[in-house]
Write a protein of this length. Structure first.
Length: 197
C-alpha cells in the first residue's frame, strides 16, 4: 500500500504544482516578439505587432507616412505576416523575424513616433469602432449590421461596408477566424498598396 501511495502522491503533487504555475503566468498569445524600439511596459500596451500596424495607420495622417519606396519594401513583409497568421502553422521564430524586418525597414523617426503614441487596446478598439468593426466578448470581430452600443457610430450597413472596403478590411463571417489583429494587418496592406504608384 505504501509503495502505491507515495508515487501516486508525488504525481498528484507534481500535477498540482504545474497547474498552479500555469495560472500565475500570463496567458500566452502568438505575440512574443519583443521590440527594441516599441516598449510594452505601460498599462494596456498593445503587442509590438499591433503597435506597428496601428502605428503605421496613424502615421499615414502625418508627414511620417511611408513613402512609395518604403511601402514597396514593407508590403511583402506585411503580406507574409498575414500569411503566417492565417495559416496558423508558422513558427514563432518566423513571425518574430518578419516583425524585426518590418522594424528594420522603418525610419527611426517613424518608430520613435509610434513609441511615443503609447498605443493601447483602447486605441485599437477606437480604430475598430471608427471603421465599423464591433468586438465580441472574445475580442473577435463582428461585421454584421448590428453594433455594440456606443461603438456603432450610427453607420448604415452600406456605409460600413464602403468604409471597410476603402480600408481593405474584411469582417468575420462566423467561422472565418478573422480577428481585430487581422483587420489591422489588412488595413496596413491596403494602405501600403495605395502608396505604391
Amino acid at each position: 500500500m505504501k509503495r502505491i501511495f507515495i508515487p501516486t502522491l508525488t504525481i498528484l503533487l507534481a500535477i498540482l504544482l504545474a497547474s498552479c504555475g500555469g495560472t500565475t503566468a500570463p496567458v500566452s498569445t502568438d505575440d512574443t516578439y519583443t521590440s527594441p524600439n516599441l516598449p510594452a511596459d505601460y498599462d494596456d500596451a498593445l503587442s509590438a505587432r499591433n503597435q506597428l500596424a496601428l502605428g503605421i495607420i496613424e502615421l499615414n495622417q502625418t508627414d511620417l507616412a511611408p513613402a512609395s519606396g518604403q511601402a514597396q519594401a514593407l508590403l511583402p513583409l506585411w503580406q507574409a505576416l498575414r500569411g503566417t497568421q492565417q495559416s496558423g502553422g508558422a513558427a514563432q521564430a518566423e513571425t518574430n523575424a518578419l516583425l524585426a524586418q518590418i522594424e528594420a525597414a522603418m525610419l527611426p523617426e517613424q518608430l520613435q513616433a509610434i513609441a511615443e503614441m503609447q498605443l493601447t487596446f483602447t486605441d485599437m478598439q477606437d480604430w475598430a469602432s471608427a471603421n465599423g468593426i464591433t468586438l465580441g466578448n472574445s475580442g473577435g470581430m463582428s461585421g454584421g449590421s448590428g453594433s455594440t452600443p456606443g461603438q456603432g457610430q450610427g453607420m448604415s450597413p452600406e456605409a460600413r461596408a464602403t468604409k471597410q472596403a476603402e480600408q481593405g478590411i474584411t469582417s468575420s463571417d462566423g467561422g472565418s477566424g478573422s480577428n481585430l489583429s487581422s483587420a489591422l494587418i489588412d488595413a496596413v496592406i491596403a494602405l501600403l498598396e495605395a502608396r505604391i504608384p
